[in-house]
Write a protein that binds this ligand. Structure first.
Ligand SMILES: NC(=O)c1ccc[n+]([C@@H]2O[C@H](COP(=O)([O-])OP(=O)(O)OC[C@H]3O[C@@H](n4cnc5c(N)ncnc54)[C@H](O)[C@@H]3O)[C@@H](O)[C@H]2O)c1
Ligand SMILES: O=P(O)(O)OC[C@@H](O)[C@@H](O)[C@H](O)[C@H](O)CO
Length: 470
């Protein structure tokens, strides 16, 4: 058997940038299919060569092993319902492991040639208290970074990089691309909280306020984890092995608050929208798309569906999702937002059978996702006297999922897995203050609804769900 030839600059002719104006933290599948692709296409159109990306993987070396032997090249496979297309993306110039070389990330953020730091480190990567959205200053890794070790947390890396950048006074844009509400404000507060807790600011907070911006952004493209089958299909088609390949849907959207401290790629040339206020976009996406995704994941697992496409093809689940948006979510949206129409579009994207997005992938890290996706809507609906019935069903689905996983002896993929595994009931779960806060616990009206739905989901047939509403 001959060793397969790997995608690289030596085996493919791909236009490349010559320097990195962007540093990215968290080179997962999503970054490659979204920001890296937009950036590459914009550079191809303008001919600008300084918008390469230096990426840092944060936890394991896998992405370095996938991308470094390929000179950072990877194939982007877009799977529509009828057509599949594949292109090679050339914007990634260097990929490093921040855990193995903590100073490299600090130096890259400090480098004046870097104009933008982008992030996709997942919700849990920010080490926020999900209920308050603030940096957990008692998190052991944050405590260790604050003690002055080479930084290993996102907050520590950003602050150390900014402190080293400050003497040169060059401005920087820090652009969060994770699914969090007001993600720019959250990131800015996180950085300032870390600086304040460090105790020796030396003018850093004031300099950051003056020279660093944190625009919020709404990011959208469904990018499931790549499988060995995806890589094998590509190798059969191209004759080249690509370990870093990513698969996604054709749809993509990126809406960014127009608040850049310095230059940026001509992203507007490739469809990126720049707006004054991203919040309505973010809120709609999180509370409709991501909320629907989570409902399909938890109820889908309870109903034995392994992919989101299968789950949305289950008419009972489809109707629950539509009803949730219509009855509970849409009334909380700002005027002019067509939440119901958007929800219908979203579910038709989810139905794409070519995307094997597993219900288990979407279900992971529920403790971090419930707040941005569901509980904010619950609070708004409650204070407006609106319905929270189906939102409670959604949270009940998470409770039933967590309880069933524990009973089956499976360890949850969630930063609070140990605490979750100790819960024996929905009430125990609702008692976790860092998820539900003081207002949505087991004794609240919403908590009572969640307990009732969890009991229903664990004992009755879901097809009877409307009976509970009456
Ligand atoms: N995949 C999608 O469909 C999609 C779409 C829109 C937005 N997003 C956003 O992008 C994020 C990443 O998605 P992905 O598909 O790239 O996932 P992924 O698993 O492929 O990559 C996750 C990245 O986050 C980093 N990370 C994980 N835990 C971390 C921690 N505790 N500290 C620091 N870094 C950590 C990992 O090193 C990795 O680089 C999502 O959580 C979401 O916020 C994803
Ligand atoms: O990536 P996660 O794990 O935060 O969430 C899973 C999905 O809901 C999410 O990634 C969507 O696919 C995405 O937000 C679509 O733009």
């Amino acid at each position: 058997m001959t060793a397969s030839t790997r995608l690289s600059d030596a085996t493919a002719t791909v236009a490349r940038p010559t320097s990195s104006g962007i540093v990215h933290l968290g080179v997962g599948a999503f970054h490659r299919a979204h920001q890296a692709a937009f950036t590459y296409e914009a550079a191809l159109l303008t001919g600008e060569t300084n918008w390469g990306i230096t990426g840092f993987t944060q936890r394991s070396n896998t992405v370095v092993e996938q991308l470094a032997p390929q000179d950072g090249l990877f194939t982007l496979v877009q799977k529509g319902t009828e057509q599949t297309t594949a292109t090679v993306v050339g914007s990634m110039l260097d990929v490093r492991n921040a855990a193995a070389d903590p100073d490299a990330v600090v130096a890259a953020i400090a480098d004046p040639a870097t104009h933008i730091v982008t992030l996709t480190v997942t919700e849990k990567g920010y080490r926020l208290d999900p209920a308050s959205g603030r940096l957990r200053l008692d998190d052991p890794e944050i405590v260790a970074d604050l003690s002055g070790r080479p930084p290993r947390t996102v907050a520590g890396q950003l602050v150390a990089g900014l402190a080293r950048r400050m003497p040169g006074d060059s401005p920087l844009t820090v652009l969060c691309c994770d699914n969090l509400p007001s993600n720019g404000r959250i990131l800015s507060e996180l950085v300032h909280a870390f600086v304040a807790a460090g105790g020796c600011d030396d003018g850093l907070a004031e300099w950051i306020t003056r020279r660093v911006t944190f625009p919020s952004s709404m990011v959208d493209r469904i990018v499931p984890a790549t499988t060995d089958d995806d890589r094998a299909d590509n190798e059969r088609r191209t004759g080249l092995r690509d370990d870093a390949l990513v698969v996604c849907e054709p749809f993509r959207q990126w809406v960014i608050e127009d608040d850049f401290a310095g230059p940026r790629p001509a992203w507007e040339r490739v469809g990126v929208q720049f707006v004054e206020d991203v919040e309505p976009w973010e809120t709609m996406k999180l509370r409709v798309l991501n909320a629907t995704h989570s409902v399909l994941a938890y109820l889908g697992i309870l109903r034995g569906h392994s992919t989101i496409a299968e789950a949305v093809g289950d008419s009972v689940l489809d109707e629950i999702c539509r009803t949730m948006v219509l009855r509970d979510v849409a009334p909380t949206m700002a005027g002019g937002m067509d939440a119901v129409g958007y929800g219908d579009e979203v579910r038709s994207r989810f139905a794409n059978p070519a995307l094997k997005h597993t219900t288990r992938q979407v279900a992971m890290d529920g403790s971090q996702k419930l707040g941005p996706r569901l509980l904010g809507t619950v609070r708004d609906a409650t204070s407006a006297g609106g319905s929270t019935d189906i939102l409670a069903l959604a949270v009940g689905a998470w409770c039933a999922f967590v309880l069933e996983e524990a009973e089956a002896g499976r360890v949850l993929d969630d930063p609070l897995s140990t605490q979750l595994a100790r819960a024996g009931s929905a009430s125990d779960l609702l008692d976790i203050d860092s998820i539900f806060g003081p207002d949505l616990g087991p004794t609240s009206a919403f908590g009572a609804q969640v307990v009732a739905w969890t009991d229903f989901l664990r004992t009755d047939s879901l097809s009877e769900w409307k009976r509970v509403l009456i």
